[in-house]
Design a protein around this ligand. Structure first.
Ligand SMILES: O=C1O[C@H](COP(=O)(O)O)[C@@H](O)[C@H](O)[C@H]1O
Length: 262
């Protein structure tokens, strides 16, 4: 379990809304290195268990944002065994590929297949995109769905966002050098020129990500080591390095291989 996580409550407020300033420093950063991929999943899932129970105790619900790729594997393998009040969860997507739910690369599909039937979570608890819409309409529609869960907010305050990091340093569908890195008007943005296929996606914007109570990166393997060093060691301002929760906590869970160049 992440050593310092017990102090997380210091940063929590009871509201589900947040204000946002681009330049605010991150409140707290925790870095945890474990042995291997299996331990990354265990560490991540104990953290999810702990934060879900704290959120439910304090606010009566748990709001979590999911990412695709390797994060889905960690979560789907590990969380079926945690102890939590599953009925109080709402699951959102930090980003999603605009493909049918039957497509291999649909992130919703990964989580639905991995969690519904294997946990008490029900399909209705997933706040998913409408993949039949054109990309700008899909982003607008998804923002409306998220706003309905966070009424009257400037910026929503998710209890936990699970984020990945691509080999180019992207996170969610926020890619290096892309104009969306500066987007601070909308909660959910459309991207139709993603350098990583598929080209059309919807993504949470940085003000939403950085308003969360807690953001977590979890990764394993030598393939992540160079980029981990560039972000955490050299402090490069790539999208992953721009995740700086304003009044929240930032947690990195790495295996020894991913941390090997730090
Ligand atoms: O395309 C995406 O990639 C990132 C990173 O995935 P990973 O497999 O390299 O961990 C992921 O976080 C994002 O949700 C996804 O759309």
């Amino acid at each position: 379990m992440v050593d310092d996580v017990n102090t997380i409550q210091i940063n929590l407020s009871y509201s589900s809304c947040s204000s946002y300033k681009m330049s605010s420093p991150v409140s707290k950063i925790v870095r945890k290195v474990v042995k291997n991929e299996e331990e990354v999943a265990e560490e991540l899932c104990s953290l999810i268990e702990k934060l879900s129970n704290e959120s439910i105790k304090q606010r009566g619900s748990f709001t979590i944002g999911l990412s695709g790729g390797s994060m889905a594997k960690f979560v789907c393998n590990g969380i079926p065994s945690i102890q939590t009040e599953w009925g109080k969860w709402s699951l959102f997507f930090c980003d999603e590929r605009l493909v049918p739910f039957t497509a291999e690369d649909s992130t919703y599909r990964l989580y639905r297949n991995g969690l519904v039937g294997k946990t008490p979570l029900k399909e209705e608890q997933f706040i998913a995109i409408n993949p039949d819409l054109e990309v700008t309409a899909a982003a607008k529609d998804y923002e409306e769905k998220v706003r309905a869960k966070f009424p009257d907010c400037d910026w929503p305050k998710f209890d936990l966002l699970l984020l990945g990091m691509g080999p180019d340093g992207h996170t969610a569908s926020l890619f290096p050098g892309h104009q969306l890195l500066k987007e601070d008007n909308v909660w959910i943005a459309a991207i139709s020129d993603s350098p990583k296929p598929p080209p059309c996606r919807v993504t949470m914007t940085f003000p939403v990500i950085n308003a969360a109570r807690c953001c977590v990166f979890a990764m394993a393997g030598q393939g992540k080591a160079d980029m981990v060093k560039r972000i955490l060691g050299d402090g490069e301002e790539l999208p992953t390095g721009m995740v700086k929760p304003v009044r929240g906590e930032l947690i990195w869970i790495l295996d020894e291989a991913a941390a090997s160049k730090l």
